[in-house]
Ligand binder design. Sequence first.
Ligand SMILES: [Zn+2]
Length: 244
Amino acid sequence: MSRETCYRCFWPKTLCWCPSISPMATRTRFVFLMHPKEYKQEKAATGRLTHLCLANSELHMGIGFDEHEAVQALIHDPRYFPVLLYPGPDARNLSAGGLTAADLGGRTLLVFLLDSTWSGARKMLRLSPSLQRLPRVMFISSSPSRYVIKQQPQEGCLSTLEATHEMLRALEQSGLDQYPLPDQLLGLFQRMQDFQLRCAADPALAGYCRKAYTPAAVRVPTIGPASRRRRYVPLAPPRTDTSS
Ligand SMILES: [Zn+2]
């Protein structure tokens, strides 16, 4: 198989996801801030595919964003109501009506999502005081993570793709947005996982996967540094970790 890469979805051209993606319109603008380590794990990461599914979204790579021109322009654009998807005691819970059209005051909701592991996300925030100052939003997930490829380090941790899906559901319930293609994100997620499981079983495809996967049921929970490397969008406040 050709090793040429599609520079839109960053998968090999023979496995390109683009023909099966129809970018959907949303009122909310989504901004995916991708940690450079996620970029290197493109075959398992979902942030880029999620971005491709949303017409009103953009993706920027980096760790600190206070000097990032495009991100700063968005934060300071008076047409937007910028928020950060990040859990915590002060986060507005979208699932409980924590954000209303009146709050937005006619502005467009602008949601920043950190596409990284917990430790990566903490570092991104630490290096980006302008993101720290944003109001935070969260939601209550309607279902646990569907991830079977990468075991989630704790319950309530979702991939970027799942988190965006849940967020859109919560926004639709709040009357802040519509969610025209709810099956697309999850369908894509399922197909991506199916492919990666096939890779594990088929040596001819193995070159497209970094390592073989074992079914979640036979895997032991990962603790320690390895679990911190795994990527997910947290939904519960992280335990205090002073090491980063
Ligand atoms: Zn592609």
